[in-house]
Design a protein around this ligand. Structure first.
Ligand code: GDP
Ligand code: MG
Length: 359
């Protein structure tokens, strides 16, 4: 799974990227105008809780691949060079986080005063225009090819493309266009930017902790109907907190009156946005969280662990995380009748602890 950090220059993307990944870039690397990749641990206290029971050799969290994409600016959609480097960086992403700057110092905002709605709309507009270009070129091509080839497939595609274009021309992103599964498949290959799930993250200064909730609510109501989620983070505080151990970090948060690290919440929000969930495995060797889609089946979960498990799947032993913690062992779960054997088609739930029986 891959998530791209995008936004205008100097919005704090690279700073957030370093905080989230725990990677410290030296000044040389910081000045390079190219996309960077890093793995981010998906916070999940359940893994630590299981480790208290099983005392495993290894504890492993689920991870998401984050990409720090260089800033984009107004008018960029029309520059081929931008489009190529930007597209290369975002083409494999499954969702985007748009970092919007709300802090004043140390450098001027490229657009002048701080105005989050304007920034959201600059990026929305660049994406709309970029997608329009892609769809228009495709429509031209399909119209030329239909008489030449008589292809039924292209004939079916054309009205879908035209609907997309209409929607974009009414300044709506493709996220909000209702497409059937089959229609979505037709346009999947075209790297359309406004099709990607989007979370806007307001990067607030520590002076705005008290008003943060209201700021988020205001923006939420202004972008209502655009299919964009909004959240907030205090980039600088998070960066400082990342340098502290757990106890110090807690004292630091209570000084500022913050309940939890916003970064953790953002990572979880991104996870939800992607329609993902975690299942767990627990034993003396390893306690671990794994990522799967919501709605994935037991055999798909098995395949996540090992391709062999997918092919040679027999059954899944299932207990819920809560039951396992409550009763303290698989054996005790059995005694209390909360241990189940499930088949291939069982739909895995977030927090299921699985043991895969395989051939
Ligand atoms: N005050 C303040 N400055 C920040 C914050 N995040 C980043 N900066 C500073 O803003 C400038 C741009 O940050 P950077 O992360 O490189 O932004 P990018 O262009 O979006 O990657 C740098 O000088 C950072 O030190 C923040 O949360 N608060
Ligand atoms: Mg940067």
């Amino acid at each position: 799974m891959q998530i791209g950090l995008i936004g205008l220059p100097y919005s704090g993307k690279t700073t957030l990227f370093q905080t989230m990944t725990g990677v410290t870039l030296d000044p040389d690397q910081l000045h390079k105008r190219e996309a960077r990749h890093g793995m981010v641990k998906v916070p999940d206290d359940r893994v630590e809780r299981l480790a208290e029971i099983f005392k495993p050799h290894r504890i492993t969290h689920a991870t998401i691949d984050f990409v720090d994409v260089i800033g984009l600016e107004k008018g960029d959609h029309s520059s081929t060079q931008f489009t190529t480097s930007f597209m290369n960086a975002v083409k494999n992403t499954d969702a985007l986080i748009h970092v919007v700057r709300m802090f004043q110092d140390p450098v001027l905002h490229p657009e002048g005063p701080i105005e989050p709605h304007r920034d959201v709309m600059i990026v929305e507009t660049e994406f709309l225009l970029s997608d329009m270009g892609v769809i228009e070129r495709r429509i031209d091509k399909v119209k030329k090819d239909i008489p030449k080839t008589g292809s039924q497939e292209l004939k079916r595609e054309l009205p879908v493309l035209e609907r997309c274009l209409n929607h974009l021309e009414s300044e709506q992103s493709l996220r909000t266009l209702a497409l059937t599964r089959e229609e979505a498949k037709m346009i999947r290959g075209y790297q359309l930017l406004t099709l990607k799930p989007m979370l806007v993250v307001l990067n607030l200064p520590e002076t705005e902790i008290a008003s943060a909730e209201k700021t988020v609510e205001d923006l939420r109501s202004r972008v209502a109907g655009r299919g964009i989620n909004v959240d907030a983070v205090f980039g600088k505080i998070e960066m400082e907190m990342a340098q502290l151990d757990e106890e110090e970090a807690e004292a630091f948060m209570s000084d500022y009156g913050i309940k939890e690290s916003a970064l953790k919440r953002i990572i979880r929000a991104a996870y939800d946005l992607l329609g993902l969930q975690s299942f767990l495995t627990a034993g003396e060797e390893e306690c671990r969280a794994w990522t799967i889609r919501k709605g994935a089946t037991a055999v798909e979960a098995a395949g996540e662990i090992h391709t062999d498990f997918y092919q040679k799947f027999i059954r899944a032993e299932v207990v819920t995380f809560d039951d396992l913690v409550k009763y303290g062992s698989y054996a005790a779960c059995k005694e209390h009748g909360v241990w189940r054997l499930e088949g291939k088609e069982y739909v895995v739930q977030d927090g299921d602890v699985l043991i895969i029986r395989h051939g």
